[in-house]
Ligand binder design. Structure first.
Ligand code: PMP
Length: 351
């Protein structure tokens, strides 16, 4: 064996248990397959791909379609293999050795994970006990550590809390470097930071096809940001990193916007039904603007509830041992039948 980099030795990889169960509500995917017509349209386009040639390196058609969706210019769009690769590219370009990256915990674990992997110093500010952002902590963290990149996740994962616009404005005022608003779940919420993106502002908003667009298998994400920043990101990605299949799938998906919006409304109403039913049980429910709900059982330890759910063939995310999330579990909103199965199993697990 040869030694890995010193700073990687203590790091663990990112894991989510993949247990064979009937009801899988642990990774915030869409419970629905893409709309009818999507597979055929992708297949038709794929039959015209010149497989012996590299794909369009600048993913021009895909970026133009995403730009049209958000009413911005194509040169404000950077696309990559899942929003995780978007985050990695941001950190490769704007963080790394000698620079620090700020997060406000608890939040999406990959922000600090990728920041460490690329060699940055991670500064973890703490959220208030109700998981809201503590603006004094934001001020202190920015002033003391001068982060090159500061993350907010809105709606936050795993809490589901939406970041009010005032918090994003405040962060933009005090952060000395780039502000990244990770909006992997923003379609399920009623506010987005997209309108704040401007050439004069060091702000990017990241999005994914994995949730709303029923395309977790495709691994496609993007950001909307200033053109000068998108141009810098092109320097850190590998040549031809977006394969032809992904470029086609992303472009075709955007023809089905109405179907996708319809699914979002269904999931939002299911989320509200699920949350209301959970509030009748002995669990504390965090208000969610995403497609999942964080909850903490009042009387039975979270890890035990997780195991009891698995025993009934329902898988949720066990956050109970994560920092600041003692006893918490997170359930993804599924189909009405899956949600009913979860509710029945949860009730049975709480006594
Ligand atoms: N950001 C957040 C907040 C997420 O929860 C996730 C998915 N777990 C991602 C980014 C990554 O999504 P993907 O790489 O599938 O686009």
């Amino acid at each position: 064996m040869i030694p890995v980099r010193d700073d990687l030795r203590a790091l663990e990889g990112y894991h989510s248990a993949q247990v064979d169960v009937e009801v899988r509500l642990n990774t915030n995917e869409s419970p629905y397959e893409p709309p009818p017509g999507f597979n055929d349209a992708v297949a038709a386009e794929m039959s015209r791909v010149a497989w012996h040639r590299y794909p369009d390196r600048g993913a021009h058609d895909l970026r133009a379609a995403i730009a049209e969706l958000h009413n911005v210019g194509p040169d404000q769009v950077f696309a990559a293999n899942g929003s995780n690769e978007v985050l990695q590219s941001i950190l490769l370009a704007y963080a790394g050795p000698g620079r620090s990256v700020a997060t406000f915990e608890p939040t999406y674990k990959m922000h600090s994970q990728i920041a460490r992997v690329v060699g940055s110093t991670v500064v973890e500010g703490k959220r208030a006990a109700d998981f809201s952002l503590d603006l004094d902590e934001v001020d202190r963290t920015c002033a003391e550590h001068q982060p090159s990149v500061t993350f907010l996740t809105s709606p936050n994962n795993p809490t589901g809390l939406l970041e009010p616009r005032g918090n994003v404005d405040h962060l933009l005022d005090v952060a000395p470097g780039l502000v990244v608003v990770d909006e992997a779940y923003a379609q399920f919420a009623d506010w987005t930071a997209l309108d704040l993106v401007d050439e004069q502002r060091p702000l990017v908003v990241t999005r994914t096809f994995s949730k709303t667009w029923s395309m977790a298998a495709a691994r496609l994400g993007y950001l909307i940001g200033p053109t000068w920043l998108v141009a810098e990101l092109e320097k850190v990605v590998l040549p031809y990193h977006l394969d032809a299949l992904k470029q086609v799938a992303g472009r075709v998906a955007l023809r089905f916007t109405d179907d996708m919006n319809e699914r979002v409304s269904q999931l939002v109403s299911e989320r509200e039904r699920l949350a209301a039913a959970m509030r009748d049980l002995p669990v504390a429910v965090t208000p969610s603007s995403a497609n999942f709900i964080l909850f903490r059982p009042d009387t039975v330890p979270g890890a035990l509830v997780w195991q009891r759910l698995v025993d009934q063939s329902v898988l949720v995310r066990d956050c109970s041992s994560w920092p600041r999330l003692d006893n918490c579990l997170r359930v993804t909103v599924g189909t009405p039948a899956e949600n009913n199965a979860f509710l029945g199993a949860l009730e049975a697990s709480l006594t």
